[in-house]
Design a protein around this ligand. Structure first.
Ligand SMILES: Nc1ncnc2c1ncn2[C@@H]1O[C@H](COP(=O)(O)OP(=O)(O)OP(=O)(O)O)[C@@H](O)[C@H]1O
Length: 362
């Protein structure tokens, strides 16, 4: 078990008291720019001092009796600006990784293969692109056999193809190595993480599954114009006649233009981003419209916003959605908690992206 409490005395904002994470799994850290994500990671790695307590892998890392030094924590930390030795080649940088006396997390040959570093080994790091540098930094952090991998936007400069492959690989690795991943991409976090920590004003504000967190009307992130819910959909069959892809979301069918499904196979999981403002609520099933996708849902939350609008939280079987409608519409529909209702979404307004498009079924 990894548990920590993070205290930020410079703000009056209230935060979560204690975070508990399993010693495996991929946990995301999300928050707007300046929310304090990097600071949190640097503190967990032991690089800076902040108030709080940390217990991890059966040891106290920070407590009343002091703080465990950086090397003793045995973390693999990849900062936003991958700090490589600029006078060395890629191979030279990787050779400097001093493994801790833990079981090897991954063989070097496998790492070079997955991160596609073999052709770069003799290159000076000054000649690498931003994405290549990030891949080298990730390899170096894994070669030290860390007990915990702390990644600060490790794929931000990596191109889409590599990003997708590396994302899948990190997901696999997280079965035996806990990973904390800072990302600005809600969809990337939705695709890779089972759990997300939300930061704001230097505090840990909320936590939960992607579907849970991104459908919480009480959180500021849900009040942005670009606010969206995340749904995981199961790929079903491709319809070559209409060039559409059939999916299932918690047992309910969904059909999207095939170009949005990118390269996916039946059985894979596709993370979908549904903008809150694009969801249409109806008491009855809609007939005679171009809308093809309607979910049968239950109203589980109603939250008024400052703009005379209402955020309606909806429950599918397992996952949650958030719809933004006007107060007037909410009044006319007489929406109440517990109401069964239909949530429609235009197929073309569903957002998927190639970098995180699909995941092996889980
Ligand atoms: N707990 C804290 N106590 C005091 N200052 C903090 C704390 N957390 C963050 N800050 C300050 O807030 C600023 C932004 O923090 P940080 O770089 O960690 O944000 P971020 O979420 O990583 O931003 P970005 O997404 O832009 O990288 C920094 O100046 C940092 O020192």
């Amino acid at each position: 078990m990894i548990s920590f409490s993070y205290i930020n005395q410079t703000t009056e904002a209230s935060g979560l008291k204690e975070i508990q994470l399993a010693e495996s799994g991929l946990c995301g850290v999300f928050g707007r720019s300046g929310a304090g994500k990097t600071t949190l990671l640097r503190w967990l790695a032991g690089l800076i001092e902040k108030e709080g307590t940390i217990e991890a892998f059966g040891a106290v890392w920070q407590g009343l009796s002091g703080s465990l030094r950086v090397e003793a924590r045995q973390v693999g930390y990849v900062p936003q600006e991958s700090a490589l030795f600029s006078h060395l080649t890629v191979a030279g940088n990787l050779a400097l990784a001093k493994p801790f006396a833990n079981a090897a997390v991954v063989e070097k040959a496998e790492l070079l293969d997955v991160l596609m570093l073999e052709p770069l080994l003799d290159k000076p790091v000054t000649e690498l692109s931003g994405g290549e540098r990030q891949r080298v930094a990730l390899a170096r952090a894994l070669l030290v056999n860390p007990r915990w991998l702390l990644l600060d936007e490790p794929l931000s400069a990596v191109d889409q193809v590599h990003r997708r492959v590396i994302g899948h690989y990190l997901k696999q690795l997280s079965a035996r190595l806990p990973i904390l991943l800072v990302s600005h991409s809600e969809q990337e976090l939705g695709a890779l993480c089972d759990h997300i920590l939300l930061m704001d004003e230097g505090c840990l504000r909320a936590q939960g599954s992607p579907s849970e967190l991104f459908s919480r009307p009480d959180l500021q992130i849900s009040h942005r114009d670009s606010a969206a819910s995340l749904l995981l959909a199961q790929m079903m069959e491709y319809d070559p006649v209409h060039h559409t892809q059939h999916l299932m979301v918690d047992g309910q069918p969904l059909e999207i233009p095939a170009d949005k499904a990118v390269v996916t196979a039946a059985g894979e999981t596709l993370p979908l981003r549904l903008m809150c403002r694009d969801i249409i609520l109806s008491r009855d099933t809609l007939q005679g419209t171009s809308l093809r996708n309607g979910f049968s849902v239950t109203v589980i939350g109603i939250h008024s916003t400052a703009e005379s609008q209402v955020l309606v939280r909806l429950q599918l079987a397992e996952q949650k959605l958030l719809a933004r409608i006007t107060e007037r519409s909410a009044e006319e529909l007489k929406i109440k908690l517990g109401d069964p209702i239909y949530a429609y979404v235009k197929a073309v307004s569903l957002v998927t992206s190639a970098d995180v498009a699909s995941l092996p079924a889980r």
